[in-house]
Design a protein around this ligand. Structure first.
Ligand code: FES
Length: 107
């Protein structure tokens, strides 16, 4: 099962497992990762599930859809080039070891 490491704004890191057939947002919810709110439950209307994907993993992810890019541009705060929405990242075995950083705030 893929593992994911979340680096929190205070610098602490949590490595958790995933079922291998869920989105990063579901991993956040199951493991109660602080700072990723995911208010809309993955409906792509809130952008409060923003994470910063660490550099080695950016190229491993499928490109963000136009809708994801629009949502990040319209609603996310403190956007960076490596910003992605956790609800749009489907974990696969190829993403084992994925590491992301949690923004200091989501709005
Ligand atoms: S959970 Fe709302 S956009 Fe991802």
């Amino acid at each position: 099962m893929p593992t994911v490491t979340f680096t929190l704004p205070d610098g602490t890191a949590r490595t958790v497992d995933s079922t291998g057939c869920e989105t990063l947002m579901h991993v956040v919810i199951r493991h109660d990762i602080a700072g990723v709110e995911a208010e809309c439950g993955g409906q792509l209307v809130c952008a409060t599930c923003q994470v910063y994907v660490d550099a080695p993993w950016e190229a491993a992810l499928p490109a963000a859809s136009d809708d994801e890019q629009d949502m990040i541009g319209d609603l996310a705060v403190e956007v960076r080039p490596e910003s992605r929405l956790a609800c749009q990242i489907r974990l696969t075995p190829a993403l084992d070891g994925l590491s992301v950083r949690v923004p200091a705030r989501q709005r």
